[in-house]
Design a protein around this ligand. Structure first.
Ligand SMILES: [Fe+2]
Length: 343
């Protein structure tokens, strides 16, 4: 059953302060409500984001989100120049490897090029690390674009790029968040995650990327596992001590993930980073661990996707449900100010 929670500004502030000493919301001066519904600006750059979409059991839900993406575009005359695949790209088996029919059925034809042109940037989720009968689904995802003409873009387990290609506005730092200890379910011996050495090397690389002089107005970190989430997987005690200090120190604008099968937007008092969860791409809905009315500003137990709109002075993120309706939206400007755009 779909559930939506969007707090009034007053109750949001009151409840969030009451809930958590770790993570209270921005002071009220940073948070404004807009009464108007802001339509996507055709002059800006656009991309769609989906997480937890490559289901092997809930194809109807994956299809419903894909249909919603197309309908949203038609309704708003808004066309994305790229997609982001936020991990758990492939649940279950791909017995045909890079030639398995699921690549066409659930990616190429599910999000057809004529509607969704441009690169589809991927990051790796825990289900991508599932080990099935000797098939290494991580390596398959790295190999697929080398063997097929495709928009699938995964040059490495971690990578960075600026977007859009011309006049870039956002530096995306894409990480592999499958650190040792991050799994929430058992996996068989012989399966694998990153090694501790890989995780340390990635942390050094991550810090090095953040130390580079900024060349874009905004910086976003994208991976599969949330640091903070109201969803079933809970705040991540492995990742928070490693990465949260870096987000704060370098004033990262956005930390965008999937993993919990819902749509969330979390803000914390004094924290420069907006935390966005977009895990509604198709897999089964799961329960809250923290009532979203206590920590927000938004949580929706729904399937859906996220529309990112970027311009020189602001980024707008919209969570959109399976029937092409906007559930929540906010604008963040280069000075860190956030405006909720829900009407
Ligand atoms: Fe996941």
């Amino acid at each position: 059953m779909a559930e939506l929670h969007s707090l009034s500004r007053r109750s949001f502030l009151r409840q969030t302060f009451a809930f958590s000493a770790l993570a209270a919301i921005h002071p009220s001066s940073l948070f404004a409500q807009s009464a108007s519904f802001a339509k996507p600006d055709s002059g800006a750059a656009h991309m769609f984001m989906i997480g937890d979409w490559g289901t092997d059991k809930y194809l109807d839900q994956q299809k419903a989100v894909a249909v919603s993406m197309a309908k949203w575009m038609e309704n708003n005359q808004s066309h994305p120049g790229a997609m982001f695949l936020l991990g758990d790209n492939w649940y279950g088996r791909l017995p045909g490897g890079v030639n398995d029919p699921r690549w066409n059925d659930q990616f190429e034809n599910m999000y057809p090029t004529n509607l969704f042109p441009g690169p589809a940037y991927a990051v790796l989720g825990n289900h991508d690390y599932e080990h099935h009968a000797g098939f290494d689904k991580v390596q398959l995802q790295l190999d697929y674009p080398k063997q097929h003409k495709t928009r699938w873009t995964l040059p490495d387990k971690r990578y960075t790029f600026t977007w859009p290609e011309k006049n870039p506005l956002i530096t995306f730092i894409c990480l592999d968040s499958n650190l040792p200890g991050t799994k929430s379910w058992d996996f068989s011996p012989g399966s694998y995650l990153m090694s501790h050495a890989d995780a340390d090397a990635q942390d050094a690389w991550f810090a090095e990327q953040l130390r580079k002089p900024r060349t874009t107005p905004f910086v976003a970190v994208v991976c599969h596992h949330p640091l903070y989430t109201n969803g079933v997987h809970r705040d991540n005690r492995i990742l928070i001590p490693r990465w949260d200090p870096l987000l704060r120190q370098h004033k990262v604008d956005f930390y965008i993930t999937g993993h919990d099968h819902d749509l969330q937007h979390l803000e914390f008092d004094g924290h420069p980073t907006s935390f966005v969860v977009s895990g509604g791409g198709g897999a089964e809905l799961v329960n809250w661990s923290v009532p979203p009315e206590k920590r927000g500003p938004f949580g929706g137990k729904v399937i859906g996707f996220t529309h990112l709109e970027a311009a020189k002075d602001a980024v707008i993120l919209r969570h959109v449900g399976a029937d092409a309706n906007q559930l929540h939206a906010f604008r963040k400007t280069t000075d860190g100010k956030i405006t909720i755009l829900n009407s």
